[in-house]
Design a protein around this ligand. Structure first.
Ligand SMILES: [Zn+2]
Ligand SMILES: [Zn+2]
Ligand SMILES: [Zn+2]
Ligand SMILES: [Zn+2]
Ligand SMILES: [Zn+2]
Ligand SMILES: [Zn+2]
Ligand SMILES: [Zn+2]
Length: 1692
């Protein structure tokens, strides 16, 4: 404020020449604003990129612009910004279409290109601005770049210097938060809180003064910090700075921000600032202010950097003219900036080098910088300069990197990114200048690749295993980062023929330099087979050095393919250096690399460790293969197409080290018999298989445009077909398996519809793509991108499919597209002599299958090759033209028998033999297919005019007709077999299905609709009677004996009063699910009195059970063993489990459901105590009087006992004094009917409920124990009633067993618990509860009826009543008491409803005539009106009142019905078991209530009037009626999770505006939304940690304690992830309710597809919450995934 007033204000006046309050708006008005949006992104703000129109993925829009643009209907991606960067709306170079949003479009209409914005300003404003900007900007730069610590620049130096210093701590990325905090506490003696504050600011702003005082004082702190942090690493940077310097620097920063805001008023001002900034200073080159700032970037602290970066972005980058000039300055300083960055340790986003993305991605700027500043070469050379560690051949050597070098290498990688930016948009036009500079850059690039060619060579380890795994990742990181750059280089070359040819020549030259001819030591040898011979060198991959890195060869292969596509290759072949190519040289290294892979696969390199396995993996992996494996195949294809195929095959045999086997007749036989070493046989077999596979690939892989006559779409289609041949896949899975281009696109969307069907996801799982059946014929078993596992899976899947379609299971090779002319000769491999020899040899082995070492895979590959050859010949014949002769004559060649001296049979003949071989069952279909195709081709050839005459025709025809018979018979047998198989398959399918179904049944989640088991006693035994659940007329049900089986010992036992206890595993938890007041939670559990539940239902205790029954003693033994095991385990491993044994938690031994106690199984307890009684029962009035008397007597006795002066002798006198009610015997203590074991379990469960519900230490003597038991019973029933109502389920519909068992046991337990509690305590509770309705002198300060939850009250009264009744021998039955209590509470509830009924909406007029209920309720209301002194609102209509009473009381009635049903075991009336209307009348009948509830009042008007009067006279009720307080209204609405927006990005936007509530306006890093109450929290961060029970916990955990009593459901907005938390140690992630168009979630927002709310999934989460299953869900998740256990959930 002061700065604004004293320092900035005057400048603003000067600038405007008038009051800035008027001046600035004027400027703003005169301004013609730019059409660029330029909004700078905050951290976490959503950004959008259009996949259809963005020039590259770095072009993004802010949310506002996006919503107003045409792209919102396109395919787009959404991401969250990491901060920095700005909206590209309005940048015509960034978008292929629709560069402006609606808002920025308006501005474009008036824009004339390149208008000088200064014309809108008056001359003197310009002059003044110039003046002030120049001075201020210079001052700011001067002071910020000032490096002295205690001395100011001469012109600022003060005369008198005070001794005041700051000890300034700077940020680095080496030390952790903890280290800094710890050090600070020591160094400056601050608290941990303060230290955290310092550390947070240092991290955010880059520096923070941690001490202020004289020099000595600060210096001392500095030395402590330095000493403390220098032990392992370099010390933290600390400076003792004079206070005046710090002050000036702070002002300098202020000025920069001020400048930034001033130029926002006018584009003219902005331009002036740009001019000032770029003006060259007195020192010439690099002396402009902008230069000076950039060059000292790495010396500045974070805060200063971000301020000036922001200024640059809002000034230089927004002004098109100066953007260009700035770009030039940036390029000129590029090398310095990058070097500074590499040595600096801050992240790239805090470096000025990061601005490259803003400059280089602008195509026109990039082009200009390439031609004028030679940017490409500069980038590459800078990069190379930083990687100086080379081997003797000048190649990179990553193997022995030091930590420092590794660090540098990581940072220098960002330069590759810059190179990518520069190349990202291909030129549409080439100037000579551009060609020249590009080729210069290409040269530099080749130099780089040359350093990689052959790097990290490896030698096969024999004998012992390698000692240390060599470093391989660095080389692959480099390769991976370069992959896109290499592809882009090729794309650039492809766009201009001249460039392509030049580049090709250069690349070839470099390759020849790398492998100039045959290197020394490799001697020439001669190979010959079948009369062909070739010269080559002696080289064994298994003995000499070999490298997997061959980027130069691969680049050449890429360029060769491009040439093959271009016209020049055919029109002017003389322009190409094809004659210089030496095919053997081209193929040598790629071939070695492929042989290496084969040998690794054959297990020959096992001793070289995992490093090599990993390299081979990445070589084939989708991330690298495009510029590695794929190109090696292309290079081989290139070389082979220029060679005699026989020569190639011989060289290949030699490199595979298989030459001997195939060149020596009968070598195979000898080889198998002589060499006993099984490993070697196995090895050779694998190598042969691999070699055949390679041949299949060389001939069959024609789907790269340029190799075969295909386009890019065909290529991608083929990839997808093969992926989906393995199994149906989700969109993201498919994307992951396809290579992405530099724009992160796979091109999949454009073709997927053509090859696959989409199947939508259900409530879980994801959407799936399934291959269209017609695409199956394109399946190639030997697709080159299959891994071995994928291949066998695909084979299995395809065969299964064929079997299902009742086809034969042959998987013949697909028909292939023709090769491009340059590659056309490749097909001749198939019919070359050496190939035929190899085929013949292997078939021969198969025929004499016992004599040789051969494998079925080998044979399968040979069959595939034969199939390919036949397909090829067929194609040729089909496309033959008049003048051409088909030179592909495979059919003829395989019909010829071998020549002398071997005299082997023809290939065809061998195939026919094999067709009937019993050991080749699997391949029969394929052989049959070959023979069939052979005949078809044969026929075609005969009918073709140019066909040469076949010699062996006769025999073949004969044979084939003989075959026909055989085939027919076979076919029939086959069909029968298939049918059998199908039936078997169906049966096993059914079996599997059954198991699956039962698994679900078994695990039975709380799905209410899973009507898996109807409850036994739900089936009405006495259906024609009216059923009554309570009271003296309660329906008597014959007692059903209940037998249960213990899951632990499998013994069956009957549930009886006196037998051993049977228990249910149960889980008790606190709950706020029903809470209407989340701000309320138990503050002091030791003093909390739970007797009365407030109607807001905050702080409930919920009990659930999985329904599994055990003997109490079996459970005890089980739990003890779990406990012991856990203790041992913790000592040993210090590992946590998903359950906390110390807190009594365990997993149900059967279903692993989280449990923390057990409930005993009991018979209806009322039956035990209900004495048969035929005497007249009192009515309500009489009953209340009697009870009141009994209570009075009890209270009197209690007082007597407690008053100390009373001797025991006096007791009897007093007893006489007191007139005991008739038949009341307070000295009587009933005998406990339960067995010891049951009593023990009653105590166990009671104590557990008390302990968990109140979070206190267990104490079975505590008087609150019984209250907690009743409360848990009431709360659990209420929560179940809510779920049923919300889902419109009938009250007594089929409940899952576990729920039914749980409620029954819980209710009966609660009813029996008084027998193990102190009688007087329970009596005391009863008295107090009773007094809340029937006032009594000795109980004051009870809650008024507005503040009591009536159902809890009912449960408490009914369950406590036996404690009083057991001493009453006057003849009043327990049932009578229950009924009267119920009626009394019901009436109180009606009054509650009437008092709080909201009757404003009187608009809906009732229908006359009014019925009986309406007039009755109207009368009651009038009475109420009278008692409240007319404070009650005006009398509404009777219709309306009755309606609200009925609606308000329903939940209570339903809960009561459940309660008495379980308590007394009376079956539910059949009407309530079916869904339908409200069942109001049925409920009333069942509960023995009149249908007109108001009759209750009329029947008991005598006592009721006085009671109502007493309720209404309560002061709280008065306050409410006078509007001074609020009260809960009825019916209470169910709680819901918060409403979530449909579009996920609006959530992101909301969260990006959220700042940490504790660290003043700082953006939260992990904003997290509580789905229960909607609070946004700053999670997983030091700033918002709070102390909870003596431990520091994160914001989420802290929030769960107040919002969900320990349980929380959150949405982590940045991650798009649902988080479940329970207590401090439990948590799990859950799939979010947001799906993309492909039916998938995007946890971590990695893919960026637009996400939309899936209501069903959100409902499912809500249901988990309502059912109290969150903790259970966490338990299951943690059991399934042990890593979840290790996460420090409390820090979230
Ligand atoms: Zn924008
Ligand atoms: Zn816009
Ligand atoms: Zn678009
Ligand atoms: Zn047992
Ligand atoms: Zn269980
Ligand atoms: Zn925070
Ligand atoms: Zn909350």
């Amino acid at each position: 404020m002061l700065a604004q007033h004293v320092l900035l204000g005057p400048m603003e006046w000067y600038l405007c020449g008038e009051d800035p309050a008027f001046g600035f708006p004027k400027l703003e008005q005169a301004n013609k604003p730019s059409h660029l949006c330029g909004r700078v992104f905050k951290v976490g703000e959503p950004t959008y990129s259009c996949r259809d129109c963005a020039v590259d993925p770095t072009c993004v829009l802010c949310m506002e612009c996006f919503l107003g643009s045409i792209h919102r209907d396109h395919r787009y991606r959404m991401t969250t910004s990491g901060g920095g960067g700005f909206c590209d709306c309005g940048d015509t170079e960034a978008w292929k279409e629709g560069p402006y949003c609606q808002k920025h479009e308006l501005n474009t209409s008036e824009i004339e290109e390149e208008e000088d914005p200064l014309v809108h300003l008056s001359e003197d404003v310009i002059a003044r601005t110039y003046n002030i900007f120049a001075i201020m900007f210079r001052y700011a730069v001067e002071i910020l770049t000032w490096e002295k610590e205690s001395e100011l620049p001469a012109d600022l130096e003060m005369v008198e210097k005070s001794d005041t210093y700051y000890c300034m701590l700077f940020n680095d990325e080496v030390h952790t938060y903890e280290q800094v905090i710890y050090t600070l506490q020591k160094a400056v003696n601050c608290t941990q809180k303060e230290a955290i504050g310092f550390a947070t600011t240092v991290d955010r702003d880059g520096r923070r003064s941690v001490r202020y005082g004289d020099f000595q004082y600060c210096e001392q702190a500095k030395s402590v910090i330095v000493r403390n942090t220098s032990r392992q690493t370099k010390p933290l940077k600390v400076q003792v700075m004079h206070s005046s310097i710090v002050a000036h620097q702070n002002f300098g920063l202020k000025l920069l921000s001020w400048l930034g805001s001033i130029i926002g008023y006018s584009d003219g001002l902005r331009r002036i600032l740009c001019q000032v900034g770029l003006q060259e200073g007195p020192d010439g080159e690099n002396s402009s202010l902008v230069d000076r700032l950039m060059l000292s970037d790495s010396k500045l602290w974070k805060g200063a950097r971000s301020v000036y970066h922001q200024l640059f972005m809002s000034s230089l980058l927004m002004d098109l003219k100066y953007k260009k000039l700035f770009a030039v300055r940036f390029a000129k300083n590029y090398e310095r900036l990058q070097s500074d960055y590499v040595t600096d340790d801050h992240d790239r986003e805090f470096s000025v080098a990061d601005l490259s993305v803003q400059i280089f991605t602008v195509p026109s700027l990039a082009r200009m910088l390439i031609t004028e500043e030679n940017l490409m070469s500069i980038i590459i050379k800078t990069f190379m300069d930083h990687l100086r560690h080379r081997d003797a051949h000048g190649r990179f050597q990553f193997e022995r990197y030091t930590a420092l070098q590794a660090f540098k290498f990581r940072r220098v990688q960002s330069l590759i990114l810059d190179l990518k930016y520069v190349l990202i948009s291909k030129p549409t036009e080439w100037s000579d200048e551009l060609r020249q500079k590009f080729l210069e850059g290409f040269d530099a690039f080749l130099e780089l690749l040359k350093c990689m060619q052959g790097m990290d060579p490896i030698t096969r380890q024999v004998g012992q295993h390698i000692e240390m795994e060599p470093e391989w990742e660095a080389a692959f990181t480099l390769q991976m980062k370069l992959t896109h750059v290499i592809s882009m280089m090729q794309d650039w070359c492809a766009s201009d023929e001249k460039v392509l040819i030049e580049a090709y020549k250069k690349c070839l030259a470099v390759l020849m330099q790398c492998h100039g001819g045959y290197t020394d030591g490799e001697q020439p040898i001669t190979l010959s087979i079948c009369g062909h011979s070739v010269e080559t060198i002696r080289y064994c991959v298994s003995q000499e050095k070999v490298s997997i890195h061959l980027p130069v060869s691969r680049l050449l292969a890429g360029l060769h393919v491009l040439l093959s596509k271009s016209e020049v290759a055919y029109k002017f072949p003389e322009l190409l250096p094809l004659s210089e190519l030496s095919p053997p040289m081209l193929i040598e290294h790629p071939l070695r690399c492929l042989v290496l892979c084969a040998q690794v696969h054959a297990g020959m390199w096992r001793r070289n460790g995992f490093s090599l396995v990993n390299q081979i993996y990445y070589y084939h992996n989708v991330k690298c293969r495009r510029e590695m494996f794929d190109k090696d195949i292309v290079m081989l294809q290139t070389g082979v197409s220029m060679m005699d195929p026989n020569h190639f095959l011989m060289i290949m045999l030699s490199r595979f080290e298989l030459y001997q086997i195939f060149s020596t007749p009968d070598y195979g036989k000898r080889f198998s018999s002589e060499i006993t070493h099984k490993d070697v046989v196995q090895q050779n077999n694998t190598l042969i298989e691999e070699m055949l596979y390679l041949i299949i690939m060389l001939v069959g892989e024609r789907f790269s445009p340029g190799v075969g006559q295909v386009n890019a779409t065909d290529e991608i289609k083929r990839e997808i077909i093969h992926q989906l041949s393995i199994k149906p896949m989700a969109h993201s899975e498919l994307v992951k398996s396809l290579p992405e281009d530099e724009n992160k696109e796979t091109g999949m969307e454009s073709v997927i519809e053509a090859v696959a069907h989409f199947k939508k996801p259900g409530l879980t799982g994801r959407g799936m793509y399934e291959l269209k059946p017609e695409c199956a014929k394109e399946f190639n078993l030997y697709f080159y991108h299959f891994s071995r596992a994928e291949q066998s899976k695909a084979e299995e899947a395809q065969r299964k499919l064929k079997r299902q379609n009742r086809e034969d299971t042959a998987l013949p090779p697909p028909v292939l597209p023709p090769f491009c002319p340059l590659f056309a000769s490749l097909v001749n491999i198939l019919q070359s002599d050496v190939m035929l020899c190899i085929m013949g040899t292997i078939l021969q082995w198969a025929v004499e299958h016992n004599g040789y070492a051969w494998s079925e895979s080998m044979l399968q590959r040979v069959l595939h090759l034969i199939g390919m050859a036949l397909q090829e010949e067929k194609q040729h014949l089909e496309n033959v033209t008049e003048e051409h002769v088909v030179t592909f004559t495979f059919t003829q060649k395989i019909s010829k028998p071998g020549e002398a001296p071997k005299n082997s049979p023809s290939i065809l003949a061998m195939l026919e033999t094999l067709q009937n071989a019993p050991y080749l069952e699997v391949h029969k279909d394929m052989i049959r297919w070959i023979l069939k195709t052979f005949n078809a081709v044969k026929k075609m050839r005969e009918s073709s005019p140019t066909s040469p005459v076949a010699e062996t025709e006769g025999t073949i025809m004969e044979e084939s007709s003989r075959d026909k018979d055989k085939a027919e018979r076979k076919r029939k047998a086959e069909i029968a077999r298939l049918r059998r198989e199908k039936i078997m398959a169906q049966m096993s399918e059914m079996q599997r299905h059954f198991i699956d179904e039962n698994k679900e049944l078994f695990q039975q989640t709380l799905e209410l609709d899973a009507s898996t088991s109807a409850v036994l006693d739900n089936s009405p035994v006495v259906s024609d009677m009216t059923l009554t659940a309570l009271g003296p007329t309660q329906t008597q049900v014959p007692e059903q004996r209940q037998f249960v089986t213990c899951i632990l010992c499998q013994e069956e036992q009957e549930v009886k009063v006196e037998s051993r206890a049977m228990v249910l595993a149960a889980f008790v938890q606190r709950s706020t699910v029903l809470s209407k007041n989340r701000s309320k939670f138990i503050q002091d559990p030791e003093k909390y009195d739970p007797l009365f539940m407030h109607p807001d239902l905050s702080c409930g205790t919920h009990t659930s059970s999985c329904g599994h029954i055990m003997h109490a003693h079996c459970w005890q033994r089980y739990f003890d063993s779990v406990q012991a095991k856990e203790q041992r385990r913790q000592q040993r491993l210090r590992l946590h489990t998903s359950y906390d044994v110390e807190n009594g938690e365990f997993l149900c031994p059967l279903c692993e459901c989280l449990s923390n106690t057990v409930i005993p199984l009991l018979l209806p307890p009322r039956n035990i105590f209900n004495k048969l009684n035929f005497s007249e029962q009192p009515n309500l009035t009489q009953w209340i009087r009697t009870i009141s008397q009994q209570i009075k007597a009890l209270q009197f006795l209690r007082k007597e006992e407690s008053s100390p002066n009373n001797a025991s002798t006096k007791n009897s006198e007093n007893m006489d004094e007191l007139q005991l009610p008739e038949g009341f015997r307070p000295d009587f203590h009933p005998k406990n009917p339960y067995s010891e074991s049951i009593k023990e379990m009653l105590t166990t469960f009671g104590t557990a409920t008390y302990k968990v519900g109140l979070k206190v230490h267990p104490n079975e003597e505590d008087p609150r124990v019984p209250i907690m038991c009743w409360g848990s019973c009431a709360y659990t029933i209420q929560s179940i009633e809510r779920i049923l109502s919300d889902e419109d389920k009938p009250l007594f519909g089929p409940l899952p067993c576990r729920l039914d068992d749980c409620l029954r046991s819980l209710t009966r337990f609660a009813a029996a618990h008084w027998t193990v509690a102190s009688l007087s305590v329970v009596q005391g509770h009863f008295c107090k509860l009773f007094a809340s309705l029937v006032p009594n002198d000795s109980h004051e300060e009870l809650p008024c009826i507005l503040d009591i939850d009536m159902f809890h009250l009912l449960v408490g009264l009914v369950l406590a009543f036996p404690a009083l009744q057991c001493q009453d021998f006057s003849g009043i039955s327990l049932g009578t008491g229950d009924l009267h209590i119920f009626h009394l509470v019901t009436m109180a509830h009606i009054i509650q409803i009437l008092l709080t009924s909201c009757t404003e909406e009187n608009g809906m007029d009732q229908e006359n005539p009014t019925c009986e209920e309406e007039s009755a309720v109207l009368a009651l209301y009038k009475t109420l009106h009278q008692y409240t002194g007319s404070a009650l609102k005006e009398i509404p209509s009777g219709w309306h009142l009755w309606r609200s009473v009925r609606a308000g009381i329903m939940p209570f009635l339903k809960c009561s019905a459940l309660f008495f049903h379980y308590l007394n075991g009376v079956p539910s009336p059949p009407d309530i078991q079916v869904p339908g209307t409200s069942h109001f009348e049925h409920l009333c009948n069942y509960l023995s209530l009149p249908n007109n509830l108001i009759c209750l009042f009329q029947e008991n008007s005598e006592i009721m009037n006085s009671l109502i009067e007493s309720w209404c006279h309560n002061s709280e009720v008065k306050r409410y009626l006078e509007g001074e307080r609020d009260a809960i209204r009825y019916p209470r609405e169910s709680n819901k999770l918060i409403n979530l927006p449909e579009d996920y990005s609006s959530l992101i936007n909301q969260a990006s505006n959220f700042s940490c509530p504790k660290s003043g306006g700082d953006k939260s890093r992990a904003p997290t939304l509580c789905l229960v109450c909607g609070s946004l929290l700053c999670s997983q961060s030091y700033c918002c940690q709070t102390e909870l029970e003596g431990e520091d916990v994160g914001a989420c955990t802290a929030h769960t304690y107040s919002c969900g009593s320990g349980v929380g459901i959150f949405l982590r907005v940045r991650e798009c992830q649902v988080l479940f938390l329970a207590g401090k140690t439990k948590g799990c992630f859950y799939s979010p309710p947001y799906l993309d168009d492909y039916g998938e979630t995007d946890q971590g927002l990695r893919r960026g597809n637009p996400l939309h709310l899936c209501k069903e999934r959100f409902k499912k989460i809500q249901k988990l919450w309502h059912q109290h299953s969150v903790t259970e869900e966490i338990g299951h998740a943690q059991e399934a995934n042990q890593t979840l256990v290790g996460i420090d959930w409390q820090h979230l």
